[in-house]
Design a protein around this ligand. Sequence first.
Ligand SMILES: Cc1cc2nc3c(=O)[nH]c(=O)nc-3n(C[C@H](O)[C@H](O)[C@H](O)COP(=O)(O)OP(=O)(O)OC[C@H]3O[C@@H](n4cnc5c(N)ncnc54)[C@H](O)[C@@H]3O)c2cc1C
Length: 343
Amino acid sequence: MDTILFLAHTEADGTLGKAALEALGAAVELKQPINGTLVAAIFGAQAKAAADFIASCGAQRFLTVEGDEFSQPRYATDAAACEALIRAAGATIVIAAATSRTSRVLAGVAHRVQGCVDTHVTSIAAVSGTITVTRWFYRQRIEGSLTRSHRPWILLLDPGAHAAWQGAAGSATTETVEVPLPDALRRTTVRSVVTPPADQQTIRPDANLLFVAGAGWTKKQKDGQTHVPEAETIILDFLRNSKASLGGSKSLVDLSGENQAALPFMGHLNQVGQTGASPRHPKGLSTCCHGEEPHTVGWRFIAERRAINLDPNCGWARGKADVLYVADAFEVMTKVNELLAAK
Ligand SMILES: Cc1cc2nc3c(=O)[nH]c(=O)nc-3n(C[C@H](O)[C@H](O)[C@H](O)COP(=O)(O)OP(=O)(O)OC[C@H]3O[C@@H](n4cnc5c(N)ncnc54)[C@H](O)[C@@H]3O)c2cc1C
C-alpha cells in the first residue's frame, strides 16, 4: 500500500500558497482510489499553524519542520528538511507543488532517498489502480502519460493544474521532525530579498488575466508614425490597474532584446509560444499580436481567449480566440484604462 506524502513549505507569511493547496487537492484525490495513506509534511516558518489550516484534509499524520534555519529558502536546509520528512513518513509517493523552492531541491532529494522524480506533472490519477501521471513534451505539443514502479516516487505538480484543496481549519496533532544540521549546512546566509518594484514585476503566474502585447504596438499606425512611448504608458497603466500578467509575442520580445525602439519592460521571459512559455490563466487578452500558430500554441492552458486586432483575417479570427475585437488596440486600451481608473 502506498503512503502518499503531501510535502509543502510555508510562504513568507506562514501560510500555504495556492500551488501547495493544489498539490494537496491532488494528494487527497489520489488516496481513495489507490487505498493509500495520506501524510502531510510542512516545513518553514509557522509550519504548525499551516498544519492547523489543513487539519481536515484527511491526513493520518502531520509532520513539521520548523525553526529559523528553515524559514528562508536555501538549498542545504530545504533539502535536509525534505529528506528528513520523506524518511520520517516512510513515503512511497511524494506530491509537492512545483514552486521555485521545491523545484530547486527535490531532484537532489530524490537521489538522497534513492527515489525517482518527475517534474512538470499536470495530472495524477489512478488508472486501474496504477498511479499514472501526465506531463507535456516537445514544447507542450505531445502529452505523455507515465507510470513507475520505483519508490519513493516524487512528483512536482505544475501550479494551476489541479483545483486547490478546500476544507475547514482545525487543530492538527503535529509531530516535529528533527533535522540534523551540521555547521556546513548553515554556511549560506540569507541577508535580504531583492525584488523589482511592483510595476516592473510583470510576470504574475497567479493573475486572473494574461495580457499579451504583440509587435503591432511598435509598428507604424494610421498616421504613419510609431507610438512606442504611448504604447508603453498604455500597457503599464493597464498592468497596474488590472494586475494582469504580461506576455509578449516573439517578434516583440526580440525587438526589445535587439535594443530597437521597443518596450523596455518586455524581456524573453515574457515570451508566450512554441519557443516561449505556456502560462496558465483563466483568461487571456491579446493585443496587436497576429495570432500565428507558433504563438497561440502557448495559449494552450488559457481558458477564455480574446484578442484585439485591426486585421479581421488575423490568426485569432481562425478559431484561435473566443472573441476577436476588430479595433485599434491603442484606442480600446486607452478607454479601458479610463474605465479602470474611474472604478
Ligand atoms: C520555429 C519558430 C518558433 C516560434 N516561436 C514563437 C513563440 O514562441 N512565440 C511567438 O510569439 N512567436 C513565435 N514564432 C514567431 C511567430 O510565427 C510570429 O512571427 C510572431 O508571433 C509574430 O508576432 P506578432 O504577431 O506580435 O507580430 P506581427 O506578425 O508583426 O503582427 C502584428 C499585429 O499587430 C496588429 N496591429 C498593429 N497595430 C495595431 C493596432 N493599433 N491595434 C490592433 N492591432 C494592431 C497587426 O494587424 C498585426 O496582426 C516562432 C516562429 C518560428 C518559425
